[in-house]
Design a protein around this ligand. Structure first.
Ligand code: MG
Length: 160
């Protein structure tokens, strides 16, 4: 049986933080604020995976009140999320995602992002879609106050 899940996340852009997207540190004037490395793309994907198997969200599994995971790499969050998935007898089929960001340009980093996500998720790169769009300079995303990401995943479960 195939199941689907959806994920959305947004983080604020601030000075003095590295910008980590899809496990890649991208040179930029600002980075994303958060308890972990604030990798908004990885978080949207993790939420989509958890949603597909009816689990509670990433904030429940990786609470920002847990000091033991302060600064955690979101690739580790994805590894742990994939482990929850396999404990449920499920496996990833494919992922599609969209980053919404005015800057920096995502294109030059896409292949490296897919490669990092592929490693963390145990899923071939060709099953991982990452698109990027601007918000046409409208709203908080358009004013470069933050970066948002959306993701959809399909998973296959053996038991009903
Ligand atoms: Mg997040």
């Amino acid at each position: 049986m195939n199941l689907v899940g959806i994920g959305y996340d947004v983080h604020r852009l601030v000075e003095g933080r590295p910008l980590v997207l899809g496990g890649v540190t991208i040179p930029h004037s600002h980075g994303l604020e958060g308890h972990s490395d604030a990798d908004v793309l990885a978080h949207a994907i993790a939420d989509a995976i958890l949603g597909a198997i009816g689990e509670r969200d990433i904030g429940h599994h990786f609470p920002n009140t847990d000091e033991s995971i302060r600064g955690i790499s979101s690739m580790e969050i994805l590894r742990r999320t994939t482990s929850i998935l396999s404990q449920r007898g499920a496996r990833l089929v494919n992922i599609d995602s969209t980053l919404i960001s005015e800057a920096p340009k995502i294109g030059p980093h896409l292949e490296e992002m897919r490669s990092h996500l592929s490693e963390a998720l145990g899923l071939p790169s060709k099953r991982i879609g990452i698109k990027a769009t601007t918000n046409e300079m409208m709203g908080f995303l358009g004013r470069r106050e933050g970066i948002a990401a959306m993701a959809v995943v399909s998973v296959e479960v053996t038991e009903s």
